[in-house]
Design a protein around this ligand. Structure first.
Ligand SMILES: Cc1cc2nc3c(=O)[nH]c(=O)nc-3n(C[C@H](O)[C@H](O)[C@H](O)COP(=O)(O)OP(=O)(O)OC[C@H]3O[C@@H](n4cnc5c(N)ncnc54)[C@H](O)[C@@H]3O)c2cc1C
Length: 379
């Protein structure tokens, strides 16, 4: 497989890198403390076309491929993982499934405002009693005059408070309590109530909300076929996981860069700590594992761009990259010693941010399950 980036992909990568270096990374520590970044950041990202990178131009996007979008996510996450996940959920968990599964009318109505950043996208699957076992969700949609009454509660919904469009999953067949009988709806966030803003270990600049919903939506808000919404959710996560893997690579890359710089400057026992073999081995392992994770991400994104199956490749990329990021951000702290544990340097934040990549869009245990299912299905 040819993994050489095209000139256009490199250009988009440079654009995202320059923006992350100038406008994101210098503010990330402050946004971590403040538990949020200014909405203006999203406006600037929209201006650069980075809120709809892989959305076709006819729907208001930049018209680039999925791999370009993945490169953007790595760069934004290298600057701040909270900004990274905001863009990831907005794009691959909301905009892209509407493009893929929506009718032409739905695409024309809902995608351009998302691609232009006029509204921010979110994805509402998880509930207090349904996380990994998302098919057990109990939010229900029942027939009402002119559409569907949706009633229930969703938990840990990234971006809900920004306001915009929500892809929401609800049970439309009360006879089944499994993944069958779930449908997908496009809901305006003004039709849901934010009930809580979550306090988290890391990823503090991103917003994570619990929501309650009791609203009637019109018939044309259902996306895909009745009772077939779970397939949309799973397909969305197949692509979304590649984005989370890229986020993990970006966080690890940021930690590696700080550790490398520090190792060349810090002295102990009359020499640079970079001259100790123990530290060299840590840097070598970091560099190798980041490369390996990035290659898995590039492969999975390339398969998706070519319209080839990418469930297994995406799960492998997410599993390896997320565990790598947790391991290597911890190693970065070790290279910095006591300074690494303090807020004088960003590596403690990278460590806190990396942990979530092992949990959302499918935990590591679920990724192993997905990979095993794919392997066994082939034999
Ligand atoms: C910051 C943050 C943002 C999020 N954003 C969103 C969002 O935007 N939209 C959304 O819908 N959700 C979101 N989530 C929810 C996230 O996707 C879930 O937390 C995740 O899927 C795991 O579900 P759970 O937390 O209920 O864990 P559980 O499913 O309760 O799992 C608990 C433990 O059991 C393990 N386990 C469960 N089932 C199995 C099994 N079959 N085999 C082996 N082990 C198993 C898990 O791996 C885990 O270790 C977010 C969560 C967080 C923390």
């Amino acid at each position: 497989m040819d993994l050489e980036l095209t000139a256009e992909q490199r250009e988009i990568q440079s654009l995202a890198r320059a923006f992350a270096d100038a406008e994101i990374a210098p503010n990330a520590a402050e946004w971590d403390r403040a538990h949020g970044f200014p909405r203006e950041v999203l406006a600037k990202l929209a201006e650069l076309g980075l809120l709809g990178v892989c959305v076709p131009e006819e729907y208001g996007g930049a018209g680039a491929d999925f791999l370009s979008y993945i490169l953007v996510l790595e760069e934004l996450s290298r600057g701040d993982a909270g900004v990274g996940v905001t863009v990831a959920v907005h794009t691959s968990a909301c905009t892209l499934p509407i493009l893929q599964f929506g009718t032409d009318e739905q695409r024309r109505r809902f995608v351009p405002p998302l691609a232009r950043g006029e509204g921010i996208g979110c994805f509402a699957l998880t509930e207090p009693g349904a996380g990994s076992d998302a098919g057990a969700l109990v939010t229900r949609a029942t027939r009402a005059d002119g559409g569907w009454r949706i009633e229930g509660a969703k938990q840990w919904i990234t971006n809900a408070a920004f306001g915009g469009t929500m892809l929401l999953f609800a049970r439309t067949d009360p006879e089944t309590q499994t993944a069958r009988g779930v449908s997908a709806f496009i809901v305006d966030t003004e039709d849901v109530t934010i009930t809580r803003t979550e306090e988290k270990l890391g990823l503090n600049s991103s917003v994570t909300n619990d929501i309650a919903v009791d609203s009637v939506v019109a018939d044309d808000r259902m996306i895909g076929e009745l009772n077939h919404g779970f397939r949309i959710a799973m397909s969305t996560l197949d692509g979304g996981r590649i984005g989370i893997a890229a986020q993990a690579v970006g966080i690890a890359q940021a930690a590696y860069e700080v550790a490398l710089r520090y190792a060349k400057e810090r002295e102990a026992f009359g020499q640079r700590i970079a001259d100790f073999q123990a530290i060299q081995h840590k840097l070598a392992n970091m560099s190798m594992e980041i490369d390996a994770a990035r290659l898995l991400v590039l492969r999975a994104a390339t398969l998706k761009d070519r319209g080839l199956p990418h469930t297994e490749a995406g799960a492998k990329a997410k599993l390896f990259a997320s565990e790598m990021a947790r391991r290597q951000t911890a190693e970065a702290i070790q290279v910095l010693g006591g300074y690494g544990y303090t807020k004088e340097f960003p590596v403690e934040r990278y460590y806190r941010d990396a942990k979530i990549t092992e949990i959302y869009e499918g935990t590591s245990e679920i990724q192993r399950l997905v990979i095993a299912r794919e392997i066994l299905g082939r034999t």
